[in-house]
Design a protein around this ligand. Structure first.
Ligand code: SF4
Ligand code: ZN
Ligand code: ZN
Length: 307
């Protein structure tokens, strides 16, 4: 297989794009695709203050790397969740993130949830779910809250996450088979800021396949944590990813088509008559000031502050 651009030996064949590329041209192609998405969805400009949520995994570290390559200046945010399994997942992921930031001379904010609030997310999950150990819902809530807090306190205008196309289609598939209308309305490459101080959130890798991101990290020599979070094993989203991978094997491009068709249908007004049930109920939390629909304290503050 030869590179479409230069005729040298290709290192990757992307059947979904009918495109084979050598290392040099693939390492140019990925940032070009990301830049295309940034512009197409008007995510941000070179004047914005950018904060990337980094986990030590291939997607977020590669995103940080690509932004630098494209000439954007972006700081990083690592949230230490305190997941202390046999491979010390949290410690290890911090180590990879810190090393990357040091090597590239990038500014990294680190939030240690236990040091900040007195408990790890697994301890909170045990306390609030009557000993039920899987902390994913607590984790999602904590990450959202802390990303917003750090963005707000440090005047970042845009928050970036490393969700790739496989993540987005797995979420879309789950939302669709359960007809979760409110989630479908909000699923987008860009979530606008709101007047109560919620930061603008964007997903610049939303059109890039997971396989392409893994190849990018490998070819760029990025050291990242290969282990997945121990709580992701057996998760529904991994099951949905497997189903979609089977579909993709039979029909190359199916995942990209699923996602882009959804975005097109939304743009054409698929949900135009639907209302965002929560939008009018939002008010500022009396403790932290972040938007919430709950009366008084937001869900995060109820979990930590009121104990
Ligand atoms: Fe958090 Fe994801 Fe791990 Fe669940 S699987 S605890 S959401 S990092
Ligand atoms: Zn080439
Ligand atoms: Zn609050």
């Amino acid at each position: 297989m030869r590179c479409r651009k230069c005729g040298e030996k290709a290192c990757i064949n992307m059947r979904q794009h009918k495109l084979a590329l050598c290392k040099t041209h693939f390492l140019d192609w990925v940032p070009d695709q990301v830049e295309h998405a940034i512009k197409k969805y008007s995510m941000f400009t070179h004047h914005d203050r950018l904060l990337v949520a980094v986990s030590g995994g291939k997607d977020s570290l590669s995103l940080w790397d690509i932004l630098r390559h494209l000439g954007y200046s972006a700081d990083g945010l690592y949230i230490g969740l305190g997941i202390d399994d046999s491979v010390s997942y949290s410690d290890k992921s911090l180590e990879y993130t810190r090393r990357f930031a040091q090597e590239q001379n990038l500014m990294l904010h680190i939030v240690d949830i236990k040091a900040e609030y007195g408990e790890t997310i697994t301890a909170v999950a045990m306390r609030t779910h009557r000993g039920h150990y899987k902390p994913c819902s607590v984790c999602g809530l904590v990450k959202r809250h802390e990303m917003n807090r750090i963005a707000h306190q440090n005047n970042y205008s845009v928050l970036l996450t490393g969700h790739n196309l496989d993540d987005e289609t797995a979420i879309l598939f789950g939302n669709t088979i359960n007809w979760l209308g409110n989630y479908l309305i909000h699923q987008s490459p860009v979530l606008e800021a709101n007047k109560l101080g919620l930061a603008r959130k964007v997903k610049p890798l939303c059109r890039i396949y997971e396989r392409e991101m893994a190849a990018y990290a490998l070819l760029r020599g990025i050291n990242y944590i290969h282990e997945e979070c121990p709580f992701s094993i057996d998760s529904t989203s991994i099951y949905h990813k497997e189903l979609l991978n089977n579909l993709e094997t039979d029909r190359p491009g199916a995942k990209l088509n699923f996602y882009l068709s959804f975005l097109r249908a939304k743009k054409d007004g698929l949900f135009s008559s639907a209302t965002d049930e929560n939008a009018e109920l939002l008010h500022a939390c009396s403790e932290c000031g972040q938007p919430t629909t709950a009366p008084g304290l937001c869900a995060f503050c109820r979990m930590f502050v009121s104990t």
